[in-house]
Design a protein around this ligand. Structure first.
Ligand SMILES: NC(=O)c1ccc[n+]([C@@H]2O[C@H](COP(=O)([O-])OP(=O)(O)OC[C@H]3O[C@@H](n4cnc5c(N)ncnc54)[C@H](O)[C@@H]3O)[C@@H](O)[C@H]2O)c1
Length: 250
């Protein structure tokens, strides 16, 4: 897989899966627009990409803010000239409560970031890619986008919505030479999951029982799938939501 001089925009790339994806694209020749609400993490990722020898820029963006998302795509085009690849990865975990007690304020926040944020990003990216004549988008859903994940009503609803948005856009934009896929990770060792495990350390063993390969994902496992779905070699795949889950959904 070769991404020489391709331009990849990655939201939430100041940490975890987004950062691992930025590094992997850069190792394969791409230049990276790093974006995150967290400036410190984003600037660290920029340094990591530059250390590989590729160009990187940072644009602080809250994906739940439409004006900031439009600005992110404008800044990417102003800096690098185009957007070949977009990875809509920024997200939060949300509260852990049974549905009838799920706090409405947290529902609104999780939907705004994990669902509406992906929609805003896709709108701005698709407008640009349509003008350019093509591109590849990967949205980050979750196994919670494919099956029940108890006590996470907002997260599960938003991640199912990401799968639906992915399928719809794949159909609509195939004629514009734009592919849209999703990746659905199982529990992956990033700050998001480490925080969840602090709620109840016994989760760590309990959750592992459901993963046939008997290990958690690492950020690189997920980045491998994201990068693969953007490659020329997978140019006939669109509208797919790919579990990367050690066999859990099987
Ligand atoms: N880690 C897992 O087990 C797992 C499993 C399935 C899906 N996912 C999904 O993968 C994606 C990345 O998560 P991660 O595990 O790397 O977590 P992470 O917390 O390490 O990274 C998420 C990044 O998103 C950023 N972010 C949060 N809110 C934002 C906002 N409003 N605007 C812009 N950036 C924002 C954070 O600052 C952080 O840098 C998320 O969409 C998450 O739902 C993670």
């Amino acid at each position: 897989m070769n991404f020489t001089d391709k331009i990849a925009l990655i939201t939430g790339s100041g940490s975890g899966i987004g950062r691992a994806t930025a590094i992997m694209f850069a190792e394969k020749g791409a230049h990276i627009m790093v974006s995150d609400i967290n400036e410190k993490g984003g600037l660290e990722t920029v340094k990591m990409v530059e250390a590989i020898g590729q160009k990187a820029a940072f644009c602080k963006t809250d994906v739940s803010n439409l004006a900031q998302v439009k600005n992110l795509v404008q800044q990417t085009v102003a800096t690098f000239g185009r957007v070949d690849i977009a990875v809509n990865n920024a997200g939060i975990g949300g509260d852990f409560k049974i549905t009838h007690e799920y706090p409405v304020e947290n529902w609104d926040k999780v939907i705004a970031i994990n669902q509406t944020g992906v929609f805003y990003c896709m709108q701005a990216e698709l407008a640009q890619m349509t003008k350019q004549g093509g591109g590849a988008i990967v949205n980050i859903s979750s196994i919670a986008g494919l099956k029940a994940q108890p006590y996470t009503a907002a997260y599960t609803a938003a991640k199912h919505a990401v799968v639906g948005l992915t399928k719809t856009a794949a159909h609509e934009y195939a004629r514009y030479n734009i592919r849209v896929n999703a990746v659905c990770p199982v529990f992956t060792m990033t700050p998001m999951v480490k925080d969840m495990l602090t709620i109840d350390p016994s989760f760590e063993k309990k959750l592992l029982r459901n993963i046939p390969l008997r290990r958690y994902g690492q950020p690189k496992d997920i980045a491998n799938a994201i990068v693969w779905l953007c490659a020329e070699e997978t140019g006939f795949i669109t509208g797919h939501s790919m579990p990367v889950d050690g066999g859990m959904t099987a």
